[in-house]
Design a protein around this ligand. Structure first.
Ligand SMILES: Nc1ncnc2c1ncn2[C@@H]1O[C@H](COP(=O)(O)OP(=O)(O)OP(=O)(O)O)[C@@H](O)[C@H]1O
Length: 454
């Protein structure tokens, strides 16, 4: 066993990447890295007690694509490894989804690898990323701005994906292949338009190695691995933190303000980033976390825009993150016998007999004396200065104060609707009737108001 092989074996053992009995699907591009991986795993499959298979995706991007596919197929035949392949029109996929060709290739590749593994009961998928790939990824992420995950680079493992040769530099891989006279096709990524990566690979990393640290690539890997174990530990604890500090109500994410008072800054950011990506598919950055944290010092009702329609609002005990839905801003006329849709609710008004009146504590149904109101009503948002006589309370009250008294959340308060007749507020919809219009034993004609949440 030579030193390169020893290094990989130790890496696999240190990170428990392989279990006895695993069936491993190798992502085989035909380039030096994945060809090395294929040969290595084949050689040591008896030692690890594993079965192997390979998968190649023909990206249909270059003329040589069919040749590369053939090369992979032949290689697998020589090594008696089951071979799977698919062809995909990566260019069209990229165009359709408005993403780069590299991104499209990656998405299609991982999807197909997963499908193939699932269909054939392969327990793990392995890609052939190396230490240089990791250093490039880390530098690229840092250059563009990133969080801890970005600095942690390429994961050694994630779910069923393992990367057993992440510990090897490109030069170690090439020397090994040269020494053993193993053939491979020219690495696709070196030919692709990955300008930024190539810039780092050809210009920046060699300079850093020459002028600062000859073991730069290795040092970056150590940092990445340290951070990865830290992230893994953190993610295990995350579900506890999630339960303690967040909840989801009607599609809104509520984050308790106490998170920002009780926990370390690191946990605050980690949890916020995790929640935003999980609930809103938002690839958050530190600036989103900072926006959320800035709300803590602001007045209740202050909002921040995280992205397009995704907003965060300061409530009393929570920061609430939600997708903004457009609300009716114009008043709506509603007559007796009609139902009208307003802001994700339906409001209806009907004439009923006294025998139909069911006095229950349901705030969505109210009855009024029809002789005290008109037949036409107006539904509109409340506005500053609006007053009414809340039933069960003495005198008039400003709607704003009333909504505060009953601890209405800021976002709900902003969009609260009122039903008016002859310029008087009859009903703070779904909340409280005005005393002046309530039914009494004297009442002859009755209207029923109903709010249905849709
Ligand atoms: N055409 C392919 N078919 C199968 N596997 C491939 C193919 N191309 C690349 N791979 C696998 O993906 C690994 C990474 O390749 P490369 O660095 O070119 O891709 P990438 O776009 O950077 O992907 P990633 O997001 O996984 O880093 C390779 O080592 C190989 O295991």
């Amino acid at each position: 066993m030579n030193s390169t092989e020893q290094k990989v074996i130790r890496f696999i053992q240190t990170h428990s990447l392989i279990n006895y009995g695993d069936k491993i699907l190798i992502a085989l591009s035909g380039g030096p890295d994945s060809v090395f991986l294929l040969h290595f795993l084949k050689k040591f499959s008896p030692k690890f007690g594993i079965e192997l298979a390979a998968f190649h995706l023909n990206h249909s991007l270059r003329k040589s694509a069919d040749k590369e596919q053939k090369f992979c197929k032949q290689l697998c035949e020589e090594l008696s490894i089951p071979f799977h392949s698919s062809k995909a029109d990566v260019k069209s996929y990229a165009k359709k989804n408005k993403i780069s060709v590299e991104e499209a290739g990656r998405i299609i590749r991982y999807n197909l690898l997963n499908d193939c593994a699932e269909k054939n009961y392969y327990t793990k998928i392995t890609t052939a990323h190396n230490a240089d790939d990791n250093a490039e990824t880390v530098l690229l992420n840092i250059s563009k701005g990133t969080g801890i995950k970005g600095i942690a680079g390429i994961p050694v493992f994630r779910e069923n994906i393992i990367r057993p040769i992440l510990c090897l530099s490109k030069s170690e891989i090439i020397s090994y292949l040269k020494e053993k006279k193993i053939k491979y096709v020219i690495d696709e990524s070196n030919l692709s338009e990955k300008y930024e990566r190539n810039f780092l690979r050809l210009k920046i990393i060699p300079q850093l190695e020459e002028k600062i640290n000859p073991a730069f690539v290795n040092s970056v890997l150590s940092t990445s691995i340290n951070l990865q174990s830290f992230i893994n530990y953190f993610e295990k604890n995350l579900s506890e933190l999630k339960k303690k500090y967040s909840e989801e109500v009607n599609g809104k994410l509520k984050i308790k303000i106490s998170l920002f008072k009780n926990e370390e800054k690191f946990f605050q950011s980690g949890l916020v980033i995790n929640l935003l990506s999980e609930k809103f598919n938002l690839k958050s950055e530190q600036k989103d976390v900072e926006k959320i944290i800035s709300l803590i010092k602001k007045k209740v009702g202050t909002t921040e825009t995280l992205k397009k329609k995704i907003k965060a609002i300061r409530e009393r005990d929570y920061i609430v993150v939600f997708v903004e839905r457009s609300h009716n801003e114009k008043p709506i006329i509603i007559r007796v016998g009609e139902s009208k849709k307003v802001n994700f609710h339906t409001v209806s008004i009907s004439k009923v007999d006294a025998s139909d009146v069911k006095l229950t504590p349901d705030k969505n149904i109210e009855y009024v004396d029809a002789d005290l109101t008109g037949d036409n009503f107006l539904i509109r948002k409340w506005k500053p200065g609006d007053k009414f006589n809340p039933i069960g309370m003495k005198g008039t009250k400003k709607i704003s104060d009333y909504l505060n008294d009953i601890k209405t959340e800021a976002i709900e308060k902003k969009n609260q609707l009122v039903l008016t007749s002859k310029n008087k507020i009859v009903w703070v919809i779904g909340k409280r009737l005005d005393n002046r219009f309530k039914i009494t034993t004297e009442t002859k004609n009755i209207y029923k108001f109903e709010l249905i949440n849709v």
